[in-house]
Every structure is written in C-alpha cells, then in structure tokens.
Design a protein around this ligand. Structure first.
Ligand code: GLU
Length: 447
C-alpha cells in the first residue's frame, strides 16, 4: 500500500478518529486519498480551500426510528438512515439499501463512493445514500408496504426533487420505490415524480433503469477490452451475485458475445458451462425469490460449485454481489486461471489486498464508481424525463447510457495517462471524479 503524504495522512487520521469503528468508510476514503497526492501537488488551491477535508465529511446525516406492525400484529422497530454527502454538483443522489447489515458506516461508505461516481457521469447529481437494517427476506408484500410507509413518514421531510433524490439498492426495487412514492405523494399532496428514481414506467419511471447498472457494466467491459484490441466475443465471464445488477450484466454480456459460466447468491454458486440461462435465473431469483440451487436442479449441465466462485476459470470477472466479497485469495485464483479483467458491478466488492494482487499480476481492475455508474446515470436521465414530462423509448435511453459509459471510460483512461499511470482505472476514476467536484467546490466558496 503506497504511503500517504503527510497532509493526506492528517485528513485520514481525522476521518478515522471522527468516525470511530466505521471500517468500511475508512476503507473507501483511504482508497480515494491514495490517488490524490499528485492532484494536490498540481492544484495547491484545492489544499488552500480545504477541499479534501470538506469532501470526507457528509453535509448532513439523518438517523431515525422506523416502527411498523408485522402480519402477526407485533410491533417491530428498525433504524433508518440518510447520509446527504455532497450537493456540490446537484441534489443529493443515491440509493436506499434494505439489508440487516446496514449501519451508519455502510451508508457513509456508500454515500462517499456515490459522490465521485455521480461526478463521473457528467450529469448534475450530488451524492448521498440511505437505507435501513430492515430485512425484506421472507416478509409479505403487506409488511414491506407498511415498513416503506413508515420509513417515508420520516424521510419525506428530508427529500425532494431539488434536495435529495433516493433510488433503489440492495433490497429496494420497483416494488419498494412504489410504496415509498405512494406515501410521499399522500403526505405532501404532490405528484413530484422527480423525488425518487427507479419508478415504474407507467408512473414516471425511465425505461432501462432496472437494466442500467448491469448493462452499463457490460458496455464498460466492452470498452476496456476494445482499448486492449480485444472484445467480449467468446470470452468466459464469471459474475457473482444474481440480483438486479448481476442478471442484467449477464444479459448484456451474452448479447455482446461473451458467455457467463457462473453466478451466485448468499447460499452458494452455480456453474453452467452452456452459459447461464437467463430466463430460468430470472424465474428463480426475481419471480420466486428462491435460492440459486433451484437453478442447478433444473438445468442438466449445471451444478452447484464447491469452494469459491473465483476459482471458476474465466477471462473476465464481474463481482456484482456486495462489498468485500473478493479477497486476496479469490484474486490469486483469478490470476492463476488467466483472468485479465476485473470490473466491479457492486460497490467496493474487491478488498484492498485483492486489488494489490490483481495490480501486481497486471490484471485490469475497474472500480465500481466507474463500472457501475450506469444505474445512477440512468436515474439522472429519469430525472430529466420527469422535469420535462417526457418518456423516452428504451432504445433512446440505452443509447444515452452507452454514451455515458463510453465518456466515463475515456475520462478514466485520459486522466490516468495525464497523471502518468496509463491503464490505472482506479486512479483515473478517482482523480477525474474528484477534480469535477473540487472545481465546483472552489467556485461555490466555503459552504
Ligand atoms: N444504488 C445505485 C448505486 O449504487 C443507484 C443509485 C441511484 O440510482 O440513485 O449507484
């Protein structure tokens, strides 16, 4: 791990002491600070304006009680969060995650990642994130609805189309966004479409928003391979996860000529040498909300794997499940089996140790803030449609998404070159995102 120069070390020390125990947040901050030395060297005005110090401190953090009644009439209490990290480039923007692991550290790390990711999209969106430790698994629709209504009964006072615009993340998809939107509309008596993204297309949602993160990831990988005079054609691809991001990454990888031979959920992973059957996977995971083993049971040549999904030989690996799922051991297996590209569909799924292993072996590593930005970019396109009361076609949205991903790719590549680290997508993404936010912070004064 490179040594931080003293002024960045001071910022990091401040972050760790002010956010004691928030390990994933420290990890996300350190990963960015490690890229910033050369930028501060070139731009002393950023140092004078305290840009980095301000960037690592959220503008506002809201923590609230979410009481609700389950189907047996029992009162349940969860905790809700919204961390409004940066409004420099636009309204706070980022998803809500409903998962038992959600705590303030998780939301802070995700909010911090979101600031630079959203800057990279080139669209006018600031960064934020929220969620709850509510576990939707095994809950009835009615329970999920009551939870969402209670959650919004507090959240509504903090959000708005010009203030803060939440969307989905793990455990939050169109169903939850619908319940949240309905409650916001009832409380405020406003059909304020732009207050949430990821809505259904019939009530203000953008076409392709559901597919966007996974599609965008596949487009980005195509661009990476093209930059290496290669393509997805005939490539073996491993995708961890089987949620919204993974499923649509698999779909687009297949359309672009690659074959996804493995995917997973929290209960294990499946290997299918014929290529994952998307229809079956969607039935099992989206319609039945079942376990991945049901997929293996229904396909002749598919079987549940043993060990780790990263031991499945592949050319391209796309971690699309959750943070820190790919460790140094997994990275070493990927290297050993000849993998050449790792691109993050999830937020920070690769541990710092794993990134070191990949780097040393010359594997191209693309961080989530670049590779998975297609989701939030399409959310920004949804906001544009809401503002103009338009509804674009799927083709139109997909072409715009493709352009955004290509522009992010170009920004990463040219910035990395400009800073003497060609091919370093992590450095390119951090610096390109950071300078966009930093320049706007300078313009707006110390706020
Ligand atoms: N949760 C997604 C992300 O991690 C999307 C957020 C959004 O669309 O606002 O970027």
């Amino acid at each position: 791990m490179p040594e931080l120069e003293q002024r960045l070390q001071d910022v990091y020390d401040e972050v760790t002491s002010r956010n004691r125990g928030d390990d994933v947040f420290h990890q996300a901050v350190l990963e960015v600070l490690e890229s910033l030395g050369p930028v501060l060297e070139r731009h002393p005005e950023y140092v004078d304006a305290g840009v980095v110090r301000r960037l690592v401190e959220p503008e506002r953090q809201v923590v609230f009680r979410v009481p609700w009644v389950d189907d047996d009439g029992r009162v349940r209490v969860n905790r809700g969060f919204r961390v409004e990290f940066s409004s420099t480039l636009g309204p706070y923007k980022g998803g809500l995650r409903f998962h038992p692991s959600v705590d303030v550290a998780t939301v802070k790390f995700l909010g911090f990642e979101q600031v630079l990711k959203n800057a990279l999209t080139g669209l006018s969106i600031g960064g934020g994130k929220g969620g709850s430790d509510f576990d939707p698994k095994g809950r009835s629709d009615a329970e999920v609805m009551r939870f969402c209504q209670s959650f919004m009964t507090e959240l509504y006072r903090h959000v708005g189309e010009h203030t803060d615009v939440p969307a989905g993340d793990q455990g939050v998809s169109t169903r939850e966004i619908g319940y949240l939107f309905g409650q916001y509309k009832r409380i405020t008596n406003r059909f304020e479409a732009g207050v949430l993204t990821g809505k259904g297309p019939a009530w203000g949602g953008s076409r392709i928003r559901t597919e966007a993160t996974g599609y965008g990831l596949a487009f980005f990988v195509r661009d990476v391979l093209e930059a290496h005079d290669s393509s997805l054609d005939g490539k073996r691809v491993v995708v961890s996860g089987s949620g919204n991001v993974a499923i649509h990454a698999i779909e687009k990888v297949h359309q672009l000529g690659g074959t996804v031979v493995a995917c997973s959920d929290s209960s294990g992973f499946v290997v299918d040498e014929d290529g994952i059957d998307l229809e079956l996977l969607k039935q099992v995971k989206l319609e039945r909300r079942g376990r991945i083993a049901e997929y293996a049971e229904q396909r002749d040549r598919a079987a549940m794997g043993s060990g780790s999904i990263w031991e499945v030989p592949c050319d391209v690996a796309l971690p699309c499940a959750t943070q820190n799922e790919l460790d140094d051991k997994g990275a070493a297996s990927l290297v050993e089996n000849g993998c050449t590209v790792v691109a993050e569909g999830a937020n920070m799924p690769t541990t710092p140790e794993a990134v070191d292993v990949l780097r040393e072996a010359g594997v191209t590593f693309v961080p989530g803030k670049a590779a998975n930005a297609g989701g939030v970019a399409t959310s920004a396109l949804e906001m544009q449609q809401n503002a103009s009361r338009e509804s674009w076609t799927a083709d139109d949205v997909e072409r715009r998404l493709e352009t955004v991903m290509r522009d992010i790719h170009t920004a990463c590549v040219t910035t990395a070159e400009e800073y003497g680290a060609p091919g370093d997508y992590a450095l390119g993404a951090n610096i390109a995102g950071f300078t966009r936010v930093a320049d706007a912070m300078l313009a707006q004064g110390v706020v």
